[in-house]
Design a protein around this ligand. Structure first.
Ligand code: ADP
Ligand code: MG
Length: 484
């Protein structure tokens, strides 16, 4: 039997506001436990929450970026449950009238473009944290501590439709969403600190069946790598279970990265178990055209707009344009490089950034803002490839030299110092071509008999004679002219 995996993601993006969603407490990460939890965050009697408009600004930004509908009057609701890290005994969230409805995320899996529809995105507050590990009580006993600093931190929960069909696709979606919220400046995207968290809903069904299978929700996933592994593990588990005659029960499962497995945490609550009701402490959140226009006015150029411009103005393909807009920093690096080239050779610049530069950055685990080669330097190198001073192969050597400590020097100096200049003297190349033809009558014969390999061997020999410094295209042209 062939199986199909179905995935929908619920992503919590912590909105980067200075203060909490309903109080003036700071949202800064890493403070001493409980130093940033106010009476309002704990809903002590006599307190009233006041909504922080900066959280709505960010939700509007998101809605505009994904082409969603902004609900004019969205409603805060209480989601009731007990847990030690939730002193209010309810989480203030949104239920049937979320602030953002619909929208689309576009992304690439390899070189294929995909679109996933969003169901909704709603504003809510985060809960506190239980500290189970490395926590000792006042008398040295092992205990669990509660840190309420995070309680009341604004979140945007972004819910996708169950439209993804593989772990790789889910990861590509999550990466695209991550880069979008960081690009928009609404979330710092720090996954270690929990600023961007994904829960994956996974089910399986026989290929061809339209009805969805029973899903499990996977929690505790704090990296893209674990997201991929958790989904693959879970899909395999469900398939084996069904093939052995069992049934999947809808439940919440925890991903254990050390064991690379998921295990049952609790059976899944239904929405009505939470006794949602609209929060009497909050008026509906009204977002009118003026507010939307104001947010629109200071939106940065969106990745999709930049992509379109890279394609239409600079002639890049969709894949390159996408690679160059995964972050604002990469886009800026590319734009500065192309500007230094007077808007010529954009394709060449794109190639160098996407392949060579990315490779060293990955190898040394650096961000593009930490690149040891600056756009102006790269532009000079590209100009020398474009005007045929150096071959691509030589350019790699210059690039490596710039990167490894010679970054004071510019491309021209390195080319000069290392004698990497291509032989531009046509006469010198012609002499080498003649020599190779004369020395290899058998291979010349094979070429004339129609064997392409023979021709490549002749080009190779001329290049060897030129110690790699001839322009391969020029050699090819000259050989062809002489032989045909
Ligand atoms: P909740 O998990 O809070 O109960 P929903 O029922 O709206 O919320 O679903 C949450 C997520 O689960 C969504 O991302 C949705 O796409 C996904 N989902 C729903 N049904 C399935 C299914 N059968 N298989 C995989 N994902 C699903
Ligand atoms: Mg859920």
């Amino acid at each position: 039997m062939e199986w199909e995996i179905v995935i929908g993601l619920e992503t919590h993006a912590q909105l980067s506001t200075k203060s909490k969603i309903f109080s003036a407490s700071s949202t800064a990460f890493g403070a001493e436990p409980n130093t940033q939890a106010s009476a309002i965050d704990m809903a002590l009697p006599g307190t009233l929450p006041v909504f922080n408009g900066a959280a709505a600004d960010k939700a509007i930004r998101f809605a505009l970026a994904v082409d969603a509908t902004i609900t004019p009057y969205s409603v805060f609701a209480r989601k009731n449950y007990f847990y030690p890290d939730l002193p209010k005994n309810y989480q203030t969230s949104q239920f049937d009238l979320p602030v953002v409805q619909g929208g689309k995320i576009h992304f690439f899996v390899g070189e294929t473009e995909h679109t996933v529809n969003l169901t909704r995105a709603h504003l809510e507050e985060d809960a506190g944290k239980s500290l189970h590990e490395n926590f000792t009580g006042p008398h040295g006993e092992s205990s669990t501590g509660i840190d309420l600093n995070r309680a009341g931190t604004p979140l945007l929960e972004i819910v996708s439709e169950p439209e993804m069909r593989s772990a790789a696709e889910a990861v590509a979606y999550a990466r695209a969403l991550h880069s979008l919220v960081v690009w928009l400046g609404i979330c710092d995207g720090n996954m270690q600190e929990g600023s961007f968290r994904c829960d994956a809903n996974v089910s399986v069904r026989p290929k061809g069946q339209t009805e969805l299978g029973t899903r499990c929700e996977l929690k505790n996933i704090n990296s893209f790598r674990f997201l991929e592994r958790a989904i693959n593990y879970e899909a395999r588990r469900q398939i084996e279970l069904i093939e052995d005659g069992g049934k999947v029960t809808q439940e919440t499962r925890l991903y254990d990265a050390d064991l690379d497995e998921t295990r049952s945490m609790r059976t899944k609550e239904d929405a009505n178990d939470y006794r949602y009701f609209s929060d009497p402490d909050q008026a509906p959140l009204y977002i009118g055209p003026d507010w939307i226009a104001q947010v629109k006015a200071d939106m940065p150029e969106l990745p999709a707009q930049k992509r379109a411009r890279f394609e239409s103005e600079l002639g890049l393909g969709a894949y390159d344009a996408n690679q160059l807009t995964v972050s604002r920093e990469i886009a800026t690096f590319f734009e500065n490089t192309v500007a230094a080239l007077n808007h010529q050779h954009a394709k060449l610049a794109a190639n160098w950034i996407i392949t060579d530069l990315n490779a060293v950055l990955n190898r040394e685990e650096l961000d593009i803002t930490q690149s040891k080669i600056q756009p102006q330097q790269l532009a000079k190198l590209i100009a020398r490839i474009a005007d045929n001073t150096i071959s691509n192969k030589m350019a790699r050597e210059v690039f490596a030299a710039m990167w490894d400590g010679e970054h004071e020097a510019d491309a021209d100096q390195i080319i000069e110092k290392r004698g990497l200049k291509q032989i531009s003297d046509t006469g010198a190349i012609e002499a080498m071509v003649d020599e190779v033809i004369a020395a290899n009558p058998a291979i010349v014969e094979q070429y004339r008999a129609g064997r392409d390999k023979a021709f490549n061997s002749l080009v190779g020999q001329v290049m060897k004679a030129a110690r790699g410094k001839a322009n391969p295209q020029q050699v090819t042209d000259m050989l062809k002219a002489k032989l045909d």
